[in-house]
Design a protein around this ligand. Structure first.
Ligand SMILES: [Zn+2]
Ligand SMILES: [Zn+2]
Ligand SMILES: [Zn+2]
Length: 263
């Protein structure tokens, strides 16, 4: 069904692992009253024309993100990887079962499955009482495309320090966060095929395990994306000062940002 299905991308969180403001920091970004500089931990949501939703990652701010976006029903969550800033809001999936009485399917990459089961072991043990743990079904994925809500999701595992992260291409949309690089053959495959790409950028300086903003900008250019959105930002990025460093067609993400896409 991929091709021309309209959907809305919502940036649930645009922040790096600490969130912004950073606890105890008094820098100009952390002290700013500008709501666009309040960056919760990185996550994203796709809303289809049917109203059905797909969330990517449930970080520590997941509950606030669901409240802010008035999400009452959710049955599908994709995980990029199992670093704390991307999955430690998992327990708050509990609330959805209270309303919908159906479990949430959590799609977890093969390299992350064991770690996921270990971190959240309580959720997979029989307690006899469903209210104490999220009601979820774990669905493992490798690099083969799979279908969620009628959409074809193409995962690709990318280098991220000692681990890997899953990026997702869904039709002409890509979400790639927490990666160091994208292999040339993938760039080649995606070239000219991606309208909107949301990708992490951290900050302008060098980073050992993340693509920084200049590296992510180079990727957007190589893939020839029409619209690039840079997310997973630290408190070192101030859009009022730094937007001038971005080329046309590229913007910084902020929490609650919405863009329409064709999948
Ligand atoms: Zn992260
Ligand atoms: Zn700061
Ligand atoms: Zn990470």
């Amino acid at each position: 069904m991929s091709g021309n299905q309209p959907a809305t991308v919502t940036i649930l969180g645009s922040g790096t692992s600490t969130g912004v403001p950073v606890i105890g920091c008094s820098c100009v970004v952390c002290r700013s009253p500008d709501s666009r500089l309040k960056r919760t931990r990185a996550a994203l949501m796709l809303t289809l024309a049917s109203g059905e939703r797909l969330v990517i990652d449930t970080g520590p701010d997941f509950r606030q993100q669901m409240l802010r976006e008035s999400v009452a029903q959710l049955e599908h969550v994709l995980y990029t990887h199992v670093h704390a800033d991307h999955c430690h809001g998992f327990d708050d999936l509990r609330a959805f079962y209270f309303h919908q009485r159906r479990p949430v399917t959590c799609y977890v990459g093969r390299p992350h499955l064991e770690d996921f089961r270990t971190r959240f072991a309580y959720a997979f043990q029989e307690t006899g009482y469903s209210g104490t743990k999220p009601q979820v079904v774990l669905q493992e994925f490798g690099e083969a495309p799979f279908t969620v809500l009628g959409l074809t999701v193409e995962p690709i595992f990318l280098e991220h320090g000692h681990t890997q992260t899953a990026a997702f291409r869904i039709g002409r949309f890509v979400y790639a966060t927490d990666f160091k690089r994208i292999p040339p053959e993938v760039v080649e495959r995606w070239r000219g095929q991606v309208d909107t790409m949301v990708a992490s950028g951290i900050h302008f300086g060098a980073h050992p395990t993340h693509s920084n903003i200049p590296e992510t900008l180079a990727l957007f250019k190589k893939i020839q994306v029409n619209r690039g959105i840079i997310t997973h930002l630290t408190h070192e990025v101030d859009p009022a000062r730094d937007t001038a460093r971005l080329p046309d067609g590229v913007v910084f993400a902020h929490d609650g940002m919405q863009v329409d896409v064709l999948l």
